[in-house]
Ligand binder design. Structure first.
Ligand code: GLN
Length: 205
């Protein structure tokens, strides 16, 4: 057990970065923006914020982060994606741009802007496994249309899958960083701590 809190990065090339940094700091970890591969290399885990996945995809390529994030995910780094971040963690995207890239890692198919075709944004109460009932905000949100056998469904809204976990990866179609409720971030940090303990990780630099 390390007394040093984990260092959790927030991918800071686009999207609602400050909100995630604030929520992570509030739950007691060291939170840092990640814009460059050398900044990625020193974090224990990564949050991929909401925003616009097509822009995030393009900037991840331009910033030289696409392959480094893919590699860290493949080698077990915990990651949490909200909304556009969920799309970035998906193996397959429907209604994306043809050249849109993702980091992948979660064996799922997401449909971009799926709820947004009906209504741009809405709130719901979502019963999340391991968290409880949460007020959830959806903004041009994706939903999950397919999950592979290794993926646990953690929650649904309007009958659609909106929260999943596969190993050390967590994704939600909603934005817990916008409601001031810290339980989702706490849940992710628990996962980060247990992944670190399992790997014998220390967080000294
Ligand atoms: N519709 C956005 C996308 O495709 C996601 C919206 C969000 O993150 N609020 O990336």
């Amino acid at each position: 057990m390390s007394p040093v809190p984990p260092v959790v990065g927030v991918l800071a090339i686009q999207g609602d970065v400050p909100e995630h940094l604030r929520a992570l700091t509030a739950v007691g970890v060291t939170a840092r923006p990640v814009r460059r591969p050398d900044e990625l290399a020193v974090v224990d885990a990564l949050v991929i914020p909401g925003g616009e996945s097509t822009t995030m995809s393009k900037l991840a390529v331009d910033f030289g982060l696409l392959e480094p994030v893919r590699d860290r995910i493949k080698t077990g780094m915990p990651a949490y994606g909200s909304c556009a971040g969920m799309i970035m963690l998906a193996a397959e995207v429907l209604d994306g741009r043809p050249d849109q890239q993702t980091f992948g890692g979660i064996d799922m198919t997401v449909r971009r802007n799926a709820f947004g075709r009906q209504v741009d944004s809405f709130e719901a109460v979502t019963d999340l496994e391991g968290v409880g009932e949460l007020r959830t905000v959806f903004i041009r949100a994706p939903w999950v249309e397919r999950v592979g056998p290794g993926v646990a469904v953690l929650g649904r809204a309007a009958g659609r899958i909106v929260a999943v976990r596969q190993g050390n990866l967590l994704a939600t179609a909603f934005h817990p960083e916008l409601t001031g409720d810290l339980r989702m971030h706490r849940r992710f940090v628990e996962l980060v701590r247990s992944a670190g303990a399992a790997a014998g990780m220390t967080t000294e630099e």
